[in-house]
Every structure is written in C-alpha cells, then in structure tokens.
Design a protein around this ligand. Structure first.
Ligand code: PEP
Length: 239
C-alpha cells in the first residue's frame, strides 16, 4: 500500500539552495507513494509539480486580522497548500504552544479544507515513568474534541516521540507499530474515525528498511534527512 512521506524541511536552505533541491526533486522523483513537501512558508509557491503536494510547517491560530508575522489557513488555501503540520514539538517547546492553540490551528485548517498533520509524542520523562499511553490519550482527546466526524476524517496524526526528533535515536520497530496501533484504537473508539498515522523521529536512509514494512504505520514524517535531496530520494526509493 502507498505510504505518505512528508518532508519537514524546517528553517533550512536559502533561495539558491532550494532552487537546486526543487530541480533535482522534480527531475528525479518517481514513486507511487504520496510525497508531501513542507518547506519554509516563503518557498511554498516554488514547489509546483504533479509529483507531490505541499504542506506548511505551521499556521496561525487566528482566522484573520492584525497579527503581524502570521500566516492564515485561508492564505495557505489560496496558494493551493493541502496540508499543514500542527503541534510539532519544536512549536510546543520553543514557542510554548498549548493544546488550546493547537486546537484552534486544527480548526482553521479543517475549515479551509487543509489536512492538519497533528504531531503528538511523549517526552523522555513519560517514557521513563511508563506513562506514554496516558499522555498520548489525553493529548489526542484534547486536540481532536468537538470536530464533526466528516472533518476529523481529514486529520493525519504524526507520532513523533520528542526524544527521537533529531537525536539519531528511535524506538524499536515493534514499539512504533504498537504505539501507532494504540493511537488508532483511541481515535476509533472516541471518534469513530479510521485515522492515518505517520511515524517521525530520526528516520534516515540507513534505518528506513527497519520501519518501512510496519503494518500500522501509514507513512513517515522526515526532518533532517529530508533536507538532503539525495538522501530524501533514496529513502523514498526504499519505501
Ligand atoms: C521532525 O522534526 O518532524 C523530525 C522527524 O525530525 P528528524 O527526522 O530530524 O528527527
């Protein structure tokens, strides 16, 4: 089955570098998987191809109005952006985003036909105290509450343990598959929705073969390794 592969390029690259990246991507990408590219806001309009879709890395919690520096869901929709990452752990930790803010962002995405890729994941402390499942359950119920089922069907979840992001350390394949099964089960029992769940955290060309066949994993959110176009294409090829 096709996998969803999302490149979270974070704050990387200049215009010249992104030009090279796009050229190689457009020339060489050849896959049946669903590839989604999330560059910095300013580069979104440069990514134009029928081989992939684009994704913002964030969106404003406000619908519209005088919010200097913000980008609204409606503005993203107007340039044909189909996905937006929300609740990434870097936004939560560095920019202090809480559940209420993330919930607003999900709402604006859904109201504008943008699929939010909602990031959830435990910290080291929950893992050590074996409270990961409780933590994930609470986060899912808070973030997805109050939306109609038809809207929730457009949500994608990315399971990204915070301790695995950018560290080179990952859970075992079995742990990932079991946790994603657990996430799907909560969403199904609470909201009657069959949600797609991606794994993210230190995926690279060396370890992708360990994870690509996992039954419950619908795809991958790839940070650091997606910013090197050769490595990104190699990962896609392996999947
Ligand atoms: C991310 O930031 O979403 C991520 C998965 O990063 P990395 O692949 O670098 O761990």
């Amino acid at each position: 089955m096709n996998k969803i592969i999302v490149a979270n390029m974070k704050m990387s690259m200049t215009l010249k570098e992104i030009g090279y990246y796009i050229k190689v991507l457009n020339d060489k990408l050849d896959t049946d998987n669903d590839v989604i590219i999330a560059p910095s806001f300013i580069f979104l309009p440069y990514f134009k191809s029928d081989k992939y879709l684009t994704c913002a890395q964030d969106v404003s919690e406000y619908e519209s109005g005088p919010y200097t520096g913000e980008v609204s869901a409606l503005q993203l929709k107007s340039i044909n952006v189909k996905y937006t990452i929300v609740g990434h752990s870097e936004r939560r930790n560095i920019f202090h985003e809480n559940s209420a803010i993330i919930h607003n962002k999900i709402k604006h995405c859904l109201d504008n036909d943008i699929s939010p890729i909602v990031c959830i994941g435990e910290d080291k402390k929950e893992r050590i105290s074996m409270t990961t499942e409780q933590f994930l359950r609470r986060d899912i119920l808070e973030l997805l509450q109050d939306f109609p089922k038809e809207q929730l069907e457009n949500v994608i979840i990315a399971y990204e343990p915070k301790w695995a992001i950018g560290t080179g350390i990952t859970p075992t394949p079995k742990e990932i598959d079991e946790t994603i099964f657990f996430i799907k089960d909560i969403v199904e029992s609470a909201f009657k929705v069959d949600v797609k769940v991606l794994y993210g955290g230190s995926i690279n060309k060396e370890n992708i073969s360990d994870f690509k066949k996992l039954k419950n994993v619908d795809g991958f959110l790839i940070g650091g390794s997606s910013t090197d176009i050769d490595e990104f294409l190699e990962i896609i090829e392996q999947i």
